[in-house]
Ligand binder design. Structure first.
Ligand code: GLA
Length: 387
């Protein structure tokens, strides 16, 4: 569906459902070229917003009620502004109400509103549909209540909403990418200083292709939180000898070897992956700036190896999707992407060879797992804005 048609049908639907004219905010999903599980370790990431997005239509109402409708689930929820709490029965509402909760905690006086949410980000595919919902909501409420919050403040409160209402102790990457994305650029973000730089992505004759494993692990969020705890535990061990170290960003591979390995081998594997990945991102970024996509792709494979064997956030399906393309010369790089335990692999594939690679991988994936592989060719787009 074109953007204009989607917009028109969303506004029509809103008129019929709630009445009145809403504003519509669009907030995209994201990919991450490299720098995985580095954001909550204060390292670097290289994400970008993509051409799949969440749309929210929102309008203030005259009472104290929040009325929500999700087109994907054809589900309605109504709650009073003073009675916010995370929902187990309707988890989709948490990404919206979590934002309202954060705004209230910051002392913003909010009244009720009506909101309809729709979009085309595949759910559970690791493309951060949840962050997109949070960011679209935060942006829209900032507009209709005239809160005058900056983009960075919106990012931070969307991240906090995820912590407190969805229970995932995520880093800042997904929300940052959704809000700050820029067409045809990736964002080199330093998650410690929050300084960022847009790097143009020139992939002449190449496609960015996502292979969606269609695997969604129910324990993914608790496993994610456990990885974060492992990183914090490693930092504690390093700090005993190097008190200046605040996060794995400050640690060297030697420190990890010296302080973590003798105590706990699993912690060592986790911390070592993160420290290596933090070193890898600026190098990979230089490859991109020099247009050396082959060198960049080699680093993607190295990241996948680390995520799979040392950080242990992959799964057999994702490993299969990467193994199958690793020796195809027209595939320059591939790796699992995002939090892990399912979702997509990101691939850089020569344009002319893309249909054949998709075809053969679709067949071999079905033979191996009896799952229909989904494929998305992505382009890089602007971040959150009024549609
Ligand atoms: C999820 C989190 C991000 C980031 C990635 C892994 O997408 O939301 O903050 O940690 O996993 O890089």
């Amino acid at each position: 569906m074109s953007d204009r048609n989607r917009l028109r049908s969303l506004v029509d639907f809103f008129n019929r459902h709630f009445g009145g004219d809403p504003i519509v905010v669009k907030s995209p999903g994201r990919i991450n070229l490299i720098g995985e599980h580095t954001d909550y370790n204060q390292g670097f990431v290289l994400p970008a917003a993509i051409d799949k997005a969440v749309y929210v239509a929102v309008r203030k109402n005259e009472d104290n009620q929040i009325r929500l409708f999700a087109q994907a689930y054809e589900d309605f929820e109504e709650i009073t502004v003073d009675d916010l709490r995370p929902s187990v029965v309707k988890p989709w509402t948490n990404y919206i109400l979590g934002v309202v909760d954060q705004l209230k905690k910051r002392g913003q006086a909010l009244t009720g509103f009506d909101l309809i949410i729709t979009g085309d980000i595949p759910l559970g595919a690791g493309l951060s549909s949840s962050a997109a919902v949070e960011c679209a909501t935060a942006f829209a409420l900032n507009e209709i209540f005239d809160l005058k919050l900056s983009r960075l403040e919106l990012v931070k409160l969307a991240q906090k909403a995820e912590h407190e209402f969805a229970g995932v102790m995520c880093g800042i990457m997904d929300q940052f990418a959704s809000v700050f994305g820029k067409k045809d650029h990736v964002i080199k973000l330093d998650c410690r200083s929050l300084e960022y730089e847009y790097v143009p992505l020139k992939l002449e004759g190449l496609n960015l292709v996502l292979f969606d494993s269609q695997v969604k692990h129910s324990l993914a969020s608790s496993a994610y939180n456990k990885r974060r705890e492992a990183c914090e535990a490693s930092v504690e061990l390093i700090r005993k000898r190097y008190p200046a170290v605040q996060s794995l960003r400050d640690a060297t591979p030697e420190m990890v070897y010296e302080c973590v390995k003798p105590v706990d081998e699993v912690l060592f594997q986790r911390a070592n992956y993160v420290v290596q990945e933090i070193i890898r991102v600026p190098l990979a970024c230089n490859d991109l700036m020099e247009n050396n996509i082959k060198a960049f792709g080699t680093k993607m494979f190295a990241t996948h190896h680390g995520l799979s064997k040392h950080y242990e956030v992959s799964c057999p399906e994702l490993d299969f999707l990467v193994d199958q393309v690793q020796h195809i010369s027209s595939v320059l790089g591939a790796r699992m992407m995002g939090g892990g335990f399912g979702g997509c692999t990101l691939n850089i594939i020569e344009e002319s060879a893309t249909p054949a690679v998709i075809d053969s991988l679709t067949r071999s994936y079905f033979d191996a797992f009896a799952i229909d592989l989904k494929t998305y060719l992505v382009s890089l787009e602007d971040g959150t804005h009024i549609a």
